[in-house]
Design a protein around this ligand. Sequence first.
Ligand SMILES: *[C@@H]1O[C@H](CO)[C@@H](O)[C@H](O)[C@H]1NC(C)=O
Ligand SMILES: *[C@@H]1O[C@H](CO)[C@@H](O)[C@H](O)[C@H]1NC(C)=O
Ligand SMILES: *[C@@H]1O[C@H](CO)[C@@H](O)[C@H](O)[C@H]1NC(C)=O
Ligand SMILES: *[C@@H]1O[C@H](CO)[C@@H](O)[C@H](O)[C@H]1NC(C)=O
Ligand SMILES: *[C@@H]1O[C@H](CO)[C@@H](O)[C@H](O)[C@H]1NC(C)=O
Length: 387
Amino acid sequence: MSERAAISIFFFMLVLLLSQASILNPVAYEPKTCDFPAIINLGDSNSDTGGYAAGFDPPTSPYGNTYFHMPARRFSDGRLVIDFIAEAFDLPFINAYLDSMGTNFSHGINFATAASTIRLPNRIIPNGGFSPFYLDLQFSQFQQFKSRSQMIRKQGGMFASLMPKAGYFSRALYTFDIGQNDLGEGFFANLTIQQVNASVPDMINKFSENVKNIYSLGGRYFWVHSTGPIGCLPYVLTAFSSAEKDPAGCLKPHNEVAQYFNLKLKETIVQLRNELPSAAFTYVDIYAVKYSLFAEPQKHGFELPLVACCGYGGRYNYSAEVICGGTITVNGSDIFVGSCDRPLVRVVWDGIHYTEAANKFLFDQISTGSFSDPHVPLKQACRRTSS
Ligand SMILES: *[C@@H]1O[C@H](CO)[C@@H](O)[C@H](O)[C@H]1NC(C)=O
Ligand SMILES: *[C@@H]1O[C@H](CO)[C@@H](O)[C@H](O)[C@H]1NC(C)=O
Ligand SMILES: *[C@@H]1O[C@H](CO)[C@@H](O)[C@H](O)[C@H]1NC(C)=O
Ligand SMILES: *[C@@H]1O[C@H](CO)[C@@H](O)[C@H](O)[C@H]1NC(C)=O
Ligand SMILES: *[C@@H]1O[C@H](CO)[C@@H](O)[C@H](O)[C@H]1NC(C)=O
C-alpha cells in the first residue's frame, strides 16, 4: 500500500469514527467523569452551610455534634447533602457568601440561607419566619460575586487566592434545593391546600427565571433537587395534626402539594433543556429517597422516622416554642433540648431538618443517578442530553 493510500484510509477511518461517535452518540465526547472545579449552590436550610448563621443567629450545640463536634453553622448534627457532594469531587466544603470572616471561595460558594423561599416572602425574620434572601436576591448576590471576585483577583495580594478563577464559572456545578419554604409559608399562613397548590406554577416560573439568569452569566451544569415530603416533617405534622394521614403517617394533602411542585419543576427542567441546549440539567427526585426513609425506615437502618431526635414535646418530639439547643421552662424547671441517644439511626434531627445519617443515605442514593432525570450519576452531571 502506498503511503498516500494509507494516509487516505487513516483519514477515512478517522472521519468515520468521528461521525459515528457524534451522530449516533452525541455525548460520546463528554468526559466520563466531570472535573467541576467549583460548586455554586442556591437554596434554603437543606443546603445552608452558614448563610443564616452569618446573617442571623447561629445554631448552637448539639447542632454539629455528630461530625464536626461543634456547631458548624448548619441545621443538622453533621454534614448536609451538599457537603457530601463537595466531598465526592474532592472539593472543600462550600462557604456561605454572607460569611465575611476570611472566607475561602476558591472552589465554590453557597448563597443558600435557612428559611429562604423562591418568591418574595410576606413575613421576614425577625417579624415572621422567612429569610430576606429569597432566590432573586441569591441570584443578585451571585451576579455581584461573579464580577467582584474577579476584580479582587486582578488586584492581587492576600485576597486574590480566596476567589475562584474566571474560568470556573462556566465549568462549575450549579446546585439548587429550594421550594420547601414556599409551600411552608402558604401552609402556615393558613391558606388552604388548594390555594397553596394553585401558587405552585408561579413558584416554578420564578425558579426557572433564576436558572436562565445564571445561564446568561455563563452557568452550564445544573443539578436540581426536587422538594421533599414536607408532610412527613414534625414541624408540619405538629401544626396540622388533624389533616389526613397516609400509611407512613405523613400528611397526605401537604405531600400532594409537594408532589405537584415536583411535577411542575420537572416539566420546567425539560423545557429549559430544550431552550438552552448547551447546558446540562439533572433533575434529582430526592423526594422519593426522603419518602422511603419515612415509609420503610427499618429497611434502611433507621427508626422513629417521624420523631425529632432533638426537640421537645408531643407525639413528634417537636414544639414551635423551642428549638434544638434551646431551653424551655416547664413547671418551673429548665429543660435543655439536646440530642437523642442515637442520632445515627434517626431521620429527622430537629423537627425540620434531616440528620447527618439521613443526609448520607440521601447522598448515596442520589449520586448513583437512579433517581435522576436523565439517569446519569453525579460524577457525570456535565453530560448534555437531549430530551
Ligand atoms: C483556599 O482553599 C483552597 C482549596 O482548599 C486552598 O488550596 C487554598 O490554599 C486556600 N487559600 C487560602 C488563602 O487559604
Ligand atoms: C392560623 O390559624 C391558627 C389556628 O386558628 C392561628 O393560631 C394562627 O395564628 C393562624 N396563623 C396565621 C398566620 O394567620
Ligand atoms: C394541584 O393542582 C393540580 C393542577 O390543577 C391538580 O392536578 C392537583 O390535583 C392539585 N393537588 C392538590 C393537592 O390540590
Ligand atoms: C407539670 O405539672 C402538671 C401539674 O402538676 C403535670 O400534670 C404535668 O405532667 C407536669 N409536666 C411535666 C412535663 O412534668
Ligand atoms: C426528644 O428530644 C429530647 C431532647 O429534648 C431527647 O432527649 C429525646 O431523646 C428525644 N426523643 C426521642 C424519642 O428521640
